[in-house]
Design a protein around this ligand. Structure first.
Ligand code: ADP
Ligand code: MG
Length: 686
């Protein structure tokens, strides 16, 4: 057995009780403990002088006990132990509350190192509940002490002792998996130095070196694992060879526009993937309005004309319906049968469609989550597409593709993230980027206002509607909440309809409407039977109504910038100048800064990068959500430079050794199989 897997209760000083506490913080084995890193450090290296200590601050002192400990009992429930001590500059008292037993531990004349918080009480200098040790002892004071994340009844001092014990005995059982040549290249310290110094750094430098090594290793292993999964998958799975379909030129030339260069490039990348005998696993990233849908349509056309079925999943019924209309318009005249499948359909209708999907009389199905239900079975699924991937989990994407036998997989997202991060979050995918908008798009003019300007905003909307345009007004919640000062969509709608926009036609769209109700409203808006659509964020993704040219967002400060950018992307889709008006009620510096970014930039990549800078990756980049292992020490945002370096090295390494078969990579390989076991085993079953 690997000694690092020794259960923690076998360690001296760990009884069943403590083992239970440790289990609470996920420490089961020696290895867990060694990789349980401090959350902070307390620098107790410096020795202060009593004359200089300050009320309320921590002090580290070297003192001599100058009198017998005394006990004071100001109240029945309170006893105070006082030990007089001094150094060459003054007198102080060590103080403990309700710990009478402690007084036996001191002898007059002995030298102590103490560390604790200073309290000036009357004219006394008190050090309350200090940590102390005798001269010659060298555990707690005079050095940098690690502070561990704890749980109730587990003391930091106990953890420190335990870690030290375990380090002494087990450190050298850790295997240094980093190949020598990489350590040399990046000047990384050994794993022994790193683990030992991350717990007990001698100084700032040794801490930084330890952290650098551990962060590099963590990011490197994560990236390497993801790319190895991809390589294995591509190597091991027999994919479909789709045909070169000449009819597709006919389809392309029948479009009302010419494809942009970026679209052509991405389409070509997809064709190469589809025609090879390896399954495609590709992410298409493109800003809102960059024209991702048509790419999906071309891919589906190719799949169907090669004799397979295709499926496309979207996060909302509105969007699925829109795609359905779009796709059937384009493809039915080529003899392709397209169908919609959404949760709100009657069970009779659903059954009819499910039967046809199973029999293979339907070529393309477009729908929502309804598509990943158990009862959906395909005759011969060849291509699975997920639109707006960021709204789905990794698992859902996987379930969809398991509806076929190694179908090609295409996922599309409009949430632009820097490439470095995309390589981690979508590390097992190849990435195509549509980095160009169709020509002739006018930049959406964006203005940030506060509510005092609302009347002017409303007048402006009226003028535009008189010219024949339409507008969206978005508010964050649908019901009035006591705690949050948010405009309710319903209330706002009533107010606008009955007063300000009395003479106009308003519609209300929110998440609690049934799908049919939503469809009716969207259809009316599309047919220009509604002038102003008041809505919650249900219209956030994908909706395409080119005549609408105004987007007003209430309480804009409550949204993430990428979300604001998505919402803004609902306008600017036609020939008319479009406007986005952000109503910002917050005066905080961060809000104002964020709104400024929206005013200045129309570029989703730039916006998300700036948002990251201001807010940090937060939950959006939660690795868990993306099905990745937890990061113990690296931070995808603050360690982005290191991530880039690690990525570069991973690509170089895999170029030389795509499956980690060289002896110099055998430890790496073992480690990666340990971490990504499940995923890698799944692949080898194929
Ligand atoms: P998104 O990338 O946000 O999904 P869409 O695919 O919905 O964007 O496309 C937005 C709009 O741009 C649609 O009306 C679509 O018909 C149009 N469009 C797509 N490609 C082009 C192009 N090359 N030239 C002009 N318009 C295009
Ligand atoms: Mg789209």
């Amino acid at each position: 057995m690997n000694r690092l897997n020794t259960p923690i209760q076998f360690i001296k000083g760990v009884g069943p009780k403590r083992a239970k506490l440790l289990r609470k913080i996920n420490i089961e084995t020696v290895k867990d403990l060694l990789y349980y890193f401090p959350r902070a450090y307390d620098d107790r290296r410096k020795t202060d002088k009593i004359i200089n200590v300050r009320n309320g601050e921590k002090a580290n002192l070297k003192v001599i006990v100058v009198g017998s400990p005394s006990i004071v009992k100001p109240k029945k429930s309170l006893s105070i132990v006082k030990v007089p001590v001094r150094d060459e500059t003054g007198l102080a008292f060590l103080i403990w509350f309700n710990q009478e037993y402690i007084k036996k531990q001191f002898k007059i004349g002995e030298v102590l190192k103490v560390s604790g918080k200073v309290k000036r009480v009357f004219n006394e200098i008190q050090i309350q509940n200090p940590i102390f040790e005798r001269e010659g002892e060298n555990e707690k004071i005079g050095k940098i002490v690690p502070i561990y994340p704890l749980t109730k009844n587990l003391k930091n001092g106990d953890m420190v002792k335990l870690v030290r014990n375990v380090l002494d005995e087990y450190l050298y059982y850790i295997e240094d998996i980093m190949p020598e040549y990489i350590k040399e290249k990046y000047n990384l310290c050994s794993i022994y130095t790193a683990i030992s110094n991350i717990h007990f750094p001698k100084d700032r430098y040794s801490y930084i070196e330890a952290k650098r090594r551990l962060v590099f290793e963590e990011l490197f292993i994560l990236q390497l694992g993801l790319r190895l999964i991809r390589n294995k998958y591509v190597e091991n799975s027999q994919g479909i060879r789709f045909l070169q379909v000449n009819e597709i030129d006919e389809l392309i030339s029948s479009l009302p526009f010419e494809l942009t260069n970026a679209q052509k490039r991405v389409y070509k990348e997809i064709c190469l993937d589809m025609e090879s005998n390896r399954p495609m696993n590709r992410l298409v990233q493109g800003d809102v309005g960059s024209g991702k849908t048509i790419i999906a349509v071309l891919a589906m056309f190719k799949a169907v004309k090669s004799g397979y079925q295709a499926v496309m999943m979207a996060p909302t019924e509105i969007l699925a319906t829109q795609h359905y209309e779009n796709v059937s318009n384009l493809l039915e005249r080529f003899g392709i049968k397209v169908s919609l499948l959404v949760g709100s359909m009657s069970s009779k209708k659903k059954k009819e469609i499910l039967d046809k999907i199973r029999e293979g009389t339907i070529d393309i199905v477009i729908g929502t989550h309804a598509l990943i239900q158990k009862n959906v079975k395909f005759h011969k699924l060849g291509l699975a597409i997920t639109d707006e991937q960021h709204r789905f989990g990794v698992r859902q994407r996987a379930i969809l593709s398991q509806k076929g036998l190694n179908p090609d997989v295409l996922v599309m997202t409009a949430t632009p993230i820097p490439r470095t991060l995309a390589l981690i979050l979508y590390g097992d995918l190849d990435i195509s980027i549509i980095d160009e908008l169709p020509p002739g798009r006018k930049k959406v003019k964006t203005y940030v206002v506060n509510s005092s300007m609302k009347k002017r905003v409303y007048d402006f909307i009226k003028r535009e509607i008189n010219k024949g345009r339409q507008a969206y007004i978005v508010c964050p919640l649908i019901e009035e909440s006591d705690t949050l000062d948010l405009q309710s969509a319903i209330k706002l709608y009533e107010e606008l309809k009955n007063n300000i926009f009395k003479n106009l036609r308003l519609g209300l769209l929110h998440g609690k409407l049934s799908a049919t109700e939503k469809d009716v409203i969207m259809a009316k808006f599309k047919n220009r039977e509604i002038d102003i659509l008041v809505s919650t964020t249900v219209i956030e993704v994908g909706v395409n109504i080119p005549n609408a040219n105004i987007m007003v967002i209430e309480n804009a400060e409550r949204f993430g910038l990428s979300q604001l950018h998505q919402l803004r992307g609902r306008v600017g889709r036609g020939e008319h100048q479009s406007y986005c008006i952000l109503i910002n009620e917050s005066r905080s510096k961060i809000s104002i800064e964020r709104m400024k970014i929206m005013e200045k930039s129309n570029n989703g990549f730039e916006i998300s990068e700036k948002d990251l800078e201001i807010r940090g990756p937060g939950e959006f980049f939660g690795t868990k959500q993306h099905g990745l292992p937890d990061l113990k020490i690296a931070n995808l945002f603050t360690d982005i430079k290191m991530l880039k370096i690690a990525q570069k090295e991973v690509f170089q390494l895999l170029k030389e050794d795509p499956f980690l078969e060289l002896p110099k990579h055998s430890s790496l390989k073992q480690k990666i199989y340990e971490i990504f076991e499940e995923k890698l085993n799944d692949i080898s079953l194929n």
